[in-house]
Each structure stands twice: as structure tokens, then as C-alpha cells.
Design a protein around this ligand. Sequence first.
Ligand code: IPE
Ligand code: IPE
Ligand code: MG
Length: 239
Amino acid sequence: MTAAVPPLPAERVPRHVAVIMDGNGRWAKDRLRPRAFGHHAGVRSARRVVRAASDAGVEVLTMFAFSQENWHRPEEEVSLLMRLFVQTLRREIKSLMKNRVRWRFIGEHSAFPPELQALMRETEAMSKDNDGLTLLIAVGYGGQWDIAQAASRAVAEGLTPSAEAIEARLVTAGLPPVDLMIRTGGELRISNFLLWQLSYAELYFCETLWPDFGSEEFLQALRWFAGRQRRFGRVPEAA
Ligand code: IPE
Ligand code: IPE
Ligand code: MG
């Protein structure tokens, strides 16, 4: 039996959580199975975490599913991941509509299979008026690309690429900044995820491989976050 844990006070729940879902390959390797086995298990973890975030009252959840650098993986793994994205989208859309989840896909999508691109656009259009969790799936995403595309657009509009002009053109424009970034799988790096948006995020790294990460681990990260003192460069408030 697990001990009862007091619920998190609403004002201590992060508004925006971003997750680097890492460790699928190692999880499969530990079981002497192909990497694909780990990616399939990873989809189940993603489902659990979306539900946990929604239940906890998180407003925005951004999940890193495929980086621009992941294009350099063997062709077989890339195409498996593409198929898995299509399959997962088709399978999940109904239940996520029921749960009022609003989907958005962030990244450079032109190299993705046309079927997947169409499915991403359809899912976004279908869910755009939902009022539950905003779920951002980062696919073909790179933090440097995001900043560069925002700056280029500002310049093309005849503006000076100031911090405000860039921020307003990032793929996350209009959403709250990331409060909590979680990376599973034990690596202590950002791997070109949301570079700008993580400026003042609290960073939570854990050894747990992504397929073993579930609602309890997610709540543990939220509890850790609730205990952090955020200063944003100021001096701490007097006790
Ligand atoms: C993360 O798991 C999933 C993707 C990058 C698509 P990995 O595939 O990177 O798993 P490890 O890091 O090799 O264990
Ligand atoms: C980061 O994981 C990207 C995703 C989880 C989608 P990687 O496994 O690609 O990162 P590195 O290569 O270990 O930095
Ligand atoms: Mg990895």
C-alpha cells in the first residue's frame, strides 16, 4: 500500500510542462528486444502522462517525439517512427476529443510523409476549439530552428528581430513559458529542445527510462516542482 500523499495546491501546479521522452531504445535493449519494441511501449507511457497532466490541471503539455537530429537515425527506425505516429494519431483521436484535448504539432514538417502531414493538420483542425489540456507534440522540432524561423519572419515583416518580436513568432507564441522540463533516461542535456522557452524552467532529470515512466513518476516531478523557489533573477521574498 502506498502512503496517502496530500494533493498539490492548484497554485503550485506548473502551467506548462515540457517532456523529453528518452530511453525507449535502452529499455528495449535491456529486454533483448528491437528498438521498435521500446517505441511501442513509449506510446503507452505518453498516453499515461497526457492523462496525468490533464488530471493534475496542467494547461499545456509539450512532448518531444522526434527531433530534427533524429532524421539521422537509420532509415528503418525513422520509418518505423513515422508509421507509429500515424497509427497513434488515428487510434487516440477519439478518446482525446472526448477529453477535450487540443492538439498542436510543432516543428518543421515538410519532410514528413504526406499522409502524416495531412493527419496532423486534420487533428489540429478537429480539436482546435477543445477547452481541455493543450497538447503540443514536437516532431521534426529543433530549438535553434524555432528561433531562426521566428527571427526570419520578423525580418520579412520589416521588423527588428527584438526579443519581443521573436517571442511572438515562435511556434509556442501565445502560450505560457515552460515552468517545468522533465527529461527521462538519465541524460543531462537539452538536445535542441525548446531553447528559448526553457529560459526560466525548472529542470527535472530522472534515470527512469521513458517506457517505465507513468502517472506516479509524473506526480513525483510535479511535487518536486511545487517545492522549488523560483526567483527569476530577483532576491527571495522576505519570509
Ligand atoms: C526516445 O528514445 C525516443 C525518440 C527519440 C524517438 P530513444 O530512441 O532515444 O531511446 P535511447 O535514448 O536510445 O534509449
Ligand atoms: C531527444 O532524445 C529527442 C527526443 C526525445 C525526441 P535523443 O535520444 O535524440 O537525444 P540525444 O541524442 O541522446 O541527445
Ligand atoms: Mg535517446
